[in-house]
Design a protein around this ligand. Structure first.
Ligand SMILES: [Zn+2]
Length: 453
């Protein structure tokens, strides 16, 4: 009896402890390795990242948004919006009305960012929680008068180690607790531009470096006791494709420099005509077989890239691997920004933590689907967005999902089993059927017939 009481009592205590750890607010760390092309995962070795995936989930391909550039896609991840809706439509922009310029080195004016509300702002406004950022485009700008409670001013010269150190300190000792954090790293984008993704030898070395950083991240989180309760998403903004000196589109060969201004150059050029727009359009239209020229109102609907004042009256889109310029040479051997339906432009996503399944692989989601999933994990009410929460349900432990090929398999399997059972029942019935008790009687009646006749 005593033993029973002790067991019950200890069970009660354990139960309470379980509940209290369950009631801790969910935490999420969002990591971006810039320019991590989806198929690097298949073509190179990543022992640390593969360990992370083995215990978590992998989305092999993330369809990002047009234009496939850094600032626009990082803002789509944290807002769930297409570029025309969040307003960061390029790495370089010009606002015709206010005559303001935006570039990756001149990005601190909240004017450019205020068309959307990023998740780190929502996270701080919807509860007693903090956000922290070891860099991510926009995190050092007071968007809607709010920065993350903890952030670093952007500087590419700050080491990964220092960024990681800051993030782990903020995740460990903050009041109110940091429940959402970002960590950004410039590679493998910088090396992808320099060498081109087809330079296997250099990219192998660079990507091994990235994998080592993933190893450092996991080791540090485990050492500090943060690993078990923290959800970690590792993803990227875009891929990378091979460019060449032989694939240059020289605008000087088609049009006078005095007829237009270019705000953003390649592979999507934002053009402001200085003379009649139709004249510039007609001239550029026949400039080069690998140059696609669109009036703003003609931009294909699938790009979701039209309804914003910051999108210029004319855009030029180069075919994959081609570079738009005015000079006869280009130093870049790799680039991105191209059509977002190209596989080379797609990044991947991996995730680990209490919110995610273990060892689950998924083929594809959209980059705008990440935002509603993160809001769900953090228990936040999402702002209106272009993402679909349903696309990410299969990744999450608290959601029920149907994988279409699996579902079709189950239905076909069930139909086969049913058909076999029915067949078996029919055969058994035939084999063991006894003559009908009235059939003899019937026969007798029949037998009587001739007598009557
Ligand atoms: Zn990038």
């Amino acid at each position: 009896m005593k033993l029973l009481v002790i067991l019950l009592f200890s069970g009660l205590i354990l139960g309470c402890r379980g509940n209290s750890s369950y009631s801790l607010p969910p935490k999420l760390l969002l990591v971006s390795f810039d320019g991590f092309r989806a198929d690097y995962l298949q073509n190179y070795e990543f022992p640390h990242l593969q360990n992370f995936i083995k215990e978590g989930v992998l989305v092999e391909r993330v369809k990002n948004v047009f234009i496939t550039k850094t600032f626009p896609n990082h803002y789509s991840i944290v807002t769930g919006l297409y570029e025309e809706s969040h307003g960061i439509v390029a790495n370089s922009m010009y606002d015709v009305i206010t005559k303001r310029h935006f570039s990756d080195l001149n990005d601190k004016d909240p004017f450019w960012w205020n068309e959307a509300v990023p998740i780190w702002v929502t996270n701080q406004l919807q509860g007693n929680r903090s956000s922290a950022a070891a860099m991510w485009p926009g995190t050092d700008v007071p968007i809607h008068n709010t920065t993350p409670s903890y952030f670093m001013n952007y500087s590419s010269s700050v080491s990964f180690e220092e960024r990681l150190n800051n993030i782990t300190v903020w995740l460990s000792n903050s009041n109110p607790p940091v429940t959402f954090a970002t960590l950004y790293w410039e590679e493998p984008d910088a090396s992808g531009h320099r060498y081109g993704p087809e330079d296997k030898e250099n990219m192998r070395r660079v990507l091994k470096g990235i994998d080592d950083l993933v190893g450092d991240l996991v080791y540090k989180l485990k050492t500090l006791g943060l690993w078990e309760n923290l959800n970690v998403i590792i993803t990227s903004d875009h891929g990378m494709t091979q460019c060449s000196q032989d694939r240059l589109i020289n605008l000087d060969s088609c049009i006078r420099r005095s007829d237009y201004t270019v705000i953003d150059w390649t592979p999507v050029a934002a053009v402001l005509p200085k003379i009649n727009r139709t004249e510039v359009y007609n001239t550029l239209k026949t400039c080069h077989p690998h140059l696609n020229v669109y009036l703003k109102e003609e931009i294909p609907a699938r790009f979701h890239y039209q309804h914003n004042d910051r999108i210029p009256p004319l855009i030029l889109v180069a075919d994959e691997g081609w570079t738009i310029g005015r000079n006869k040479s280009s130093s870049k051997l790799g680039d991105h920004g191209y059509d977002n339906s190209l596989p080379s432009m797609h990044p991947f996503l991996a995730a680990h933590g209490p919110a995610f399944h273990k060892g689950y692989k998924h083929s594809t989601i959209n980059i705008v689907d990440i935002y509603p999933m993160m809001c769900h994990i953090l228990g936040l009410k999402p702002h209106p967005n272009n993402g679909t929460f349903g696309h990410t349900k299969c990744l999450l432990v608290d959601q029920w999902c149907i994988n279409l090929p699996e579902a079709i398999g189950i239905v076909i399997g069930a139909l086969l089993v049913l058909t076999m059972l029915t067949g078996l029942i029919i055969i058994m019935q035939k084999r063991y059927s006894v003559p009908h008790p009235f059939s003899r009687l019937q026969l007798q009646e029949d037998d009587d017939d001739p007598l009557i006749g």
